[in-house]
Design a protein around this ligand. Sequence first.
Ligand code: 9G3
Length: 576
Amino acid sequence: MLYSRYFIPTVKETPSDAEVISHQLMLRAGMIRKLAAGIYNYLPLGLRSIRKFESIVREEMNRADAIEMLMPSVQPAELWQESGRWQFYGKELLRFKDRKDGEFCMGPTHEEVITDMVRREIKSYRQMPVNFYQIQTKFRDEIRPRFGLMRGREFIMKDAYSFDVDSSAADQSYEKMYNAYQRIFERCGLNFRAVEADTGSIGGSSSHEFMVLADSGEDAIVSCDACRYAANVEKAEARPFQAVTSTEQLPLQKTATPDMKTIADVAAFLGLTADKTIKTLVYSSGSGEHVMAILRGDHELNEIKLKNSLGWDEIQMATEEDILSITGSPVGFLGPLGLKEKVTVIADLAVQTMINVVIGANEKDMHLVNVNLGRDFVPDRFVDLRNVEAGDACPRCESGKLEMWRGIEVGHVFKLGTKYSQALNATYLDADGKEQVIFMGCYGIGIGRTVAAAIEQNHDENGIIFPLPIAPFHCSVVALNTKDKGVMAAAEEIYLKLEKLGIEVLFDDRDERPGVKFKDNDLIGIPLRIVVGSKGLADGNVELKIRKTGEVLLLPIEAAIEQIRQLVASALTCED
Ligand code: 9G3
C-alpha cells in the first residue's frame, strides 16, 4: 500500500476528551473518528487492525467447531417480552417503532434471537452439540460512553451461543470455548487472565471473564501467586481467617462516643485499631425488604456478594428514615443489639473470629465495647460479604497470596443453563422420544475493545507498538529522500519483493521530511520498518528497525528482506 495514496490522518496534538492512552493514540494515529457519543467511524488503518483480530477470532471459533452465522441488529420486542427482559432493562436498551408502530430494539446481545432460531430448527438430541457465532455490531445506550472503543455505545462483538442436551454436555461446550479464548488472546500476544466472574443480570450458573491487565482497566481482579486461582473482585474469595480463641471475653459495657460517627473516629477515640470494631450497614431491596450487614471495621462490603446471597434483583443503601425506624438510631451508631424492629442480620465470615469488639449501641453518641458473638448476639447467618484485598490468603491453595490487578474485560463466557430455553420453550426429543429443555452457554468478545486494550498494553511515548498479529501492516518501508531516484528505486524493489513474500507493507513514499515520516511511523505503530536512505545505500545497506525494542540493524537489501520474512513468520507461527 502506498502511503501517499492511502488515508492516515495522523494528528500531533492529544485530543482533550480522550482520557486513556489507547483512545488518544487511536485518534492521533488516524484509526478512528467519533461520529457521536460512543459511536465511531473505523478509518482504514483502524479497520485493518479490527479485521485482523476478527480473523484470529474466526479461525479459533471455527477450530472449536462453532458455526458462523449473522443475526440482524434490529430485534422485535416480542422476543424480549417472552424472555421477560423487555421490562427488565431500562434506557440502556435502545427501543424504537417501525412504520407500522411495531416495537423493536437495537440488539445489545442476541440470546433471544438465537434461541428463537434454535427452537424452530433444533428438535432432536442428534443435532447437538451445536454452537453458532456471529461477529456483528451491538448497541447499548451507555449513560457515559468513554475511552473510545473501550466503552462505546455501538460496538463490534463476537457472540457465540452453544446448545447441548444436558448440563455436562454444556460444560464440555463451555470448556471448548474457554480454551479457544485462551488461544485467541495468546495469539495476540496479550498479557491477560481468565478470572471467575459474577454472572450479573444474564443469569446462569457460572462465568469467566478474560481480562487484559492494564492500569487503565475499570475492573479489579485478583490472582494467586502460587496457584491458578483468579477472580474478579466482585466474586473473589479469600481463605477464611483462623479463629482467635485465646483472648478471654470481657464484660459488655456501653461507652459514650460523642459525635464519633465513622469507624476511624470510634477506633481512634477508644484507642483501638479498626479491625477491633464492627461496621454495621443497612440495605434495602427497593421493594420493602431490609437487611443489616455487619463486617470487621477495616473490611469493605461487596454489594454484589450481598445481593447474590439474598437473591435480590436490586440492592441499595437504606434511607435515613428506614434506618431510624429499624434501629432507633441515627447513622454512625448502628449495631445488631437493641434493634427497634426485627431485621435479618448477616455477618461476614471474618466476624466469626472476632472477640471483645466495638459496635454501635443503636443510640446517638453511644457504642458498646467487649461485644461477643454467641454471648451478646447471634447473627442470622454468616456469609462471605467482603471485598478481598491484596495479600489475602488464597482460598484454593495452602500457601498462595492474592495479588490485585486492574483489568480490561475483553471476553466473557457464561454457563446459561436453561434460563432462555425455558423462557422461550426451546426443547428437543431425547433418545427415548421424551421432550427435554436445551442447555445453553453464551460467549462474547469485544472486538474493538480488544484492539484498544492491546494498545493500552503496547505503546510508548512515541505512539502505538502493535503486536504483529493484529497490526494494520507487518512492515513499513520508508524512502528518506523521494527526490533521489536510487533511493526510490531501491525502496520500491524492497516493497515489491516483500509484498511477493506475502508481507503486508505500507510504503511511505510521501514527499515529506524524514522527521515527519519517522514520527508518523512511530505513532501508527507498524512493528517493523525498513529505512532506505542515500548514505546507507551508498554502502548497499538499508536500516531495519524493530519498533518494540528500538533495535536498528544495518543490512544489505537482500538480508534485510530475509530478516523481515523471518521476523513476520516467527511472530505469526505462535498461533498453532
Ligand atoms: C441488554 C442491555 C445490555 C446488556 C444486556 C442486555 C450485558 C446483557 C449480558 C450479555 C451476556 C452475553 C452474549 C455474548 C456474551 C455476553 N449488557 N448483557 O444481556 F438488553 Cl441494554 O450480553 N451475551
